[in-house]
Design a protein around this ligand. Structure first.
Ligand code: EPU
Length: 337
């Protein structure tokens, strides 16, 4: 454990933005994390996981604590299910592949999502019809103020679409150190309802897909639409898909009958922000060092030397245009720092 000053975070955020941390330390165990928190009670602190869901627009004038806790294990099982615990610093995709290799079902639709396990509950990550909340059992977290351990069971996490208690009441109060998932050992609930998956499996003539087949299909779809952060800096979907009251949506829909939407409850619909951004003419556009991805308009990309401020400005331009064109407010999904 070594404290470093004026530390570059370029390799610690998937946007690949150059920004400095006033101080930086990586912790490799819960004990180390406790020690750092205790010894730096009065310091301003910033907790850094995989850096896959943030846009750095300035240097971080704080002690950045990088959560590098590794390890995964089976903690219980019966004939049908297995309870698997992963430490927060495990890479999400590697963890998913590890579960699939052992024929444990439940996470396959979320293959290739960037980031680490510890941050997955924060925004209830999801893709292709599955969300973390579907298999999440509990997580352990350490209080930043008094270093006590708290277990959050699923009901306490208040999961919603890209939402949880960790973005609200518990924000900046805890560090998630490990997460437990309940996965199937047999009778897997293969979920291929998402149109893209059905098409990908059909293309490969697979009619009874295994967990691995679904994972491979998801990987192929993501690789065709979403840029690899190692090649082109990005943070996945930059915006959330807006949720509108049906009564408000109906008025907008009359004006734009071709607008895509999904019913999500009796009273609400979700509109794909990617569609709105594409229709507004932004898809594939480049502005200096940054731009909007050519295959998925929800994704903003860094062509190499963009500053966080440049990307933020593009995002604001998109938000204003969507509001003035469609009367719909879209919100950032990534944390703007
Ligand atoms: N669409 C467009 N143009 C675009 C992008 C999308 O018209 O440039 C339309 C598509 O035609 C489709 C609809 O929007 O009808 C939905 O598109 P897609 O299936 O690609 O999903 P999404 O709503 O754009 C969400 C998640 C993704 C996740 C996919 C698949 C959010 C904010 N994003 O995107 O998550 O992979 O569904 O489930 O909910 C992420 O969070 O970083 C992420 C990539």
């Amino acid at each position: 454990m070594e404290m470093q000053n004026n530390f570059s975070l370029k390799n610690y955020n998937t946007f690949g933005i150059e920004a400095k941390a006033r101080q930086f330390i990586a912790v490799h165990s819960v004990t180390e994390l406790k020690t750092v928190l205790e010894q730096n009670k009065l310091e301003k602190k910033f907790i850094l996981g995989g850096g896959s869901n943030m846009l750095l627009t300035k240097d971080i004038e704080a002690l950045v604590i990088h959560i590098d806790l590794k390890g995964k294990k089976i903690i219980a099982e019966d004939d049908d299910f297995v309870w698997v615990e992963s430490q927060a610093g495990e890479n999400w995709h590697e963890f998913v592949l590890w579960t699939i290799d052992q024929n444990f079902g439940g996470l396959e639709n979320m293959s290739l999502i960037p980031g680490n396990v510890g941050t997955t509950p924060v925004q209830n990550i999801g893709a292709y019809g599955t969300e973390i909340k579907d298999t999440f059992v509990s997580c352990e977290a350490l209080s930043i103020t008094n270093q006590e351990t708290k277990k959050f069971i699923k009901e306490e996490c208040h999961f919603g679409y890209r939402e949880s208690v960790f973005k609200n009441e518990a924000k900046d109060k805890y560090v998630i150190t490990s997460v437990v998932f309940k996965l199937t050992k047999r009778n897997h609930k293969i979920n291929t309802s998402y149109g893209d998956i059905t098409a990908e499996l059909a293309k490969n003539s697979i009619s009874e897909p295994t967990l691995k087949d679904v994972s491979n299909a998801v990987i192929a779809i993501r690789q065709s639409k979403l840029p690899d952060p190692k090649e082109l800096g990005n943070s996945g979907s930059f915006f959330k898909n807006p949720i509108l009251l049906k009564s408000d949506f109906e008025k907008i829909h009359q004006q734009f009958p071709e607008m895509k939407y999904y019913d999500i409850s009796e009273t609400e619909v979700k509109v794909p922000a990617g569609w709105l951004i594409e229709q507004a003419g932004f898809k594939g556009k480049r502005f200096g060092n940054a731009g909007i991805h050519k295959n998925q308009a929800l994704v903003l990309v860094n062509y190499g030397n963009a500053t966080g401020q440049e990307i933020l400005n593009i995002s604001k331009d998109i938000q204003e245009t969507i509001l003035s064109t469609f009367g719909i407010q879209i919100e950032a999904e990534v944390n703007v720092i």
